[in-house]
Design a protein around this ligand. Structure first.
Ligand code: ASP
Length: 454
């Protein structure tokens, strides 16, 4: 039994819906279908989720922006009309949105989650109606019915372990199941969404809950590439990579598969296959527990911007018992999560996603560090990008780091930080944002020489 997830662009229009139906018809193993909200139909288009956010922002005690409401319903109307489905579906769509607005209008966070979730929920209902119209045995299953029990933090749901036995019960349900992605229900009874792009997470949870043989993730690219096509033209396609490699790449900018979506399938070792809805015959990329190393130590290079570093110096820091703990406790206290903590003898840096250090927060955190830890020097460095060189073969290969530093030197990129975790599946370099593209291109040239065939 396979679980299949279709991303936003795969369900953005009637013509995409038809491709989805053909894909489902081609393999009877495809049992549970998770859908995103309709995404972009073309460059410059707006995702339904973003339209819903705009609508949520326009809601006040008495009213909402009618034009924002119409922009959302138009996305479904186009699909319903183009597929010649029963137009009464549109009454359902509108009633659903009105209901969410009136139920949650006094709580901004809940309203936002309720409306965001409507994007996938309504799409799952329209998809169900469409597949039924083709004569398939198909049932819409709401996340509540499916047992998607999650934590109660708006926009940041986490699945609870007790969800899995509930989901397993769906195995015996006859026919095809269509489940909306992106949200679950908390014990408090609220609709709670996963972080953006979270339909991948739903798909993975359903795959784990159903003990699927495979989780197919349909998107709009033929495969995962070893480097972002925004950085390098026509980069090498990856046929297979491990969960650990995917985790590292997803962390640092490979957005084709959500980084939180791996955990549920990893535990059950369910292979993930990333495929293209527009070219389903292409083999795609498989993400698996283990792969044969093909003599190539590095499999991918990823980069991500938006980091900053708090750099701290204090003489004899290495001898001060509890320094690191106290520093991290201040951050915890301020609700800031950190990413890395490279350190020297008398200095330590804490690397963070920089949106966490907004103006007022920055001053308060620095004042506390200065006062409570009596440091000698302290400053924040912004505009940092992280580059990740990833590959299972790296821990058995001598000279990976020297190749990387050579490539970075050739690109004229000043290395601000080097970090290698104990797993040795990746090596991370901090550079200034202005150097990142050149640095990635130079690394690509050194690890993936031109002459190699794909
Ligand atoms: N529709 C949601 C988003 O745009 C979730 C998803 O597509 O995975 O973030």
């Amino acid at each position: 039994m396979k679980v299949v997830k279709f991303g936003g662009s795969s369900v953005a229009s009637a013509s995409q819906y038809k491709k989805v139906a053909a894909i489902l018809a081609a393999d009877p193993e495809r049992k549970a279908v998770v859908v995103s909200a309709p995404g972009k139909r073309h460059e410059g288009d707006t995702k339904t989720t973003d339209l819903l956010i705009r609508l949520a922002e326009s809601v006040d005690d008495k009213s909402f922006n009618e034009e924002a409401f119409q922009a959302v319903t138009a996305r479904y109307r186009d699909i319903v009309e183009d597929l010649e489905l029963d137009v009464s579906l549109m009454t359902e769509v509108e009633a659903h949105l009105h209901e969410v607005i009136s139920f949650y209008r006094h709580s901004k966070d809940r309203l936002l989650d309720g409306l965001k979730a409507s994007g996938e929920d309504l799409n799952a209902k329209v998809m169900t109606a469409y597949l039924k119209s083709l004569g398939r045995e198909v049932t819409y299953v709401s996340p509540r019915k499916a047992g998607m029990i999650v934590t109660d933090e708006p926009g940041n749901a986490q699945i609870l372990p007790e969800a899995y036995p509930e989901i397993a019960k769906l195995r015996d349900h006859p026919g095809l199941l269509v489940i909306p992605g992106f949200f679950g229900y908390s014990y408090e009874g609220n609709i709670v969404t996963f972080p953006r792009g979270g339909s991948d997470i739903t798909g993975s949870i359903i795959a784990a809950g159903l003990d699927a043989t495979e989780y197919e993730n349909f998107t709009d690219v033929d495969s995962i590439y070893c480097v972002s096509p925004k950085m390098v033209q026509q980069p090498r396609e990856l046929k297979e990579l491990t969960y650990r490699e995917m985790r590292e790449l997803a962390y640092s900018g490979f957005s084709v598969f959500h980084d939180e979506a791996l955990q549920p399938v990893v535990q059950k070792r369910i292979p993930v296959c990333v495929k293209n809805t527009n070219r389903p015959e292409a083999p795609g990329t498989r993400i698996v527990h283990e792969r044969k190393l093909d003599g190539r130590p590095v499999i991918g290079i990823a980069s991500d911007e938006g980091f900053c570093s708090i750099n701290i110096t204090k003489y004899l820091m290495n001898r001060e018992l509890g320094f690191g703990r106290k520093l991290l406790a201040i951050l915890e206290d301020e609700g800031i999560s950190y990413e890395h903590t490279p350190s020297g003898i008398d200095n330590m840096s804490v690397i963070l996603r920089d949106h966490q250090l907004y103006n007022g927060q920055e001053k308060r955190v620095l004042d506390r560090i200065r006062k409570e830890l009596k440091v000698d020097d302290l400053y924040v460095e912004r505009d940092l990008a992280m580059i990740m060189v990833v590959g299972e073969g790296m821990n058995q290969t001598v000279g990976i780091a020297s190749k990387a530093t050579t490539a970075l030197a050739e690109a004229g990129a000043n290395i601000k930080m080097i970090n290698q975790g104990s797993s040795e599946v990746s090596m991370m370099f901090g550079v200034n944002v202005k150097d990142v593209k050149r640095a990635v291109q130079s690394l690509y040239r050194i690890y993936f020489p031109v002459k190699e065939t794909v």
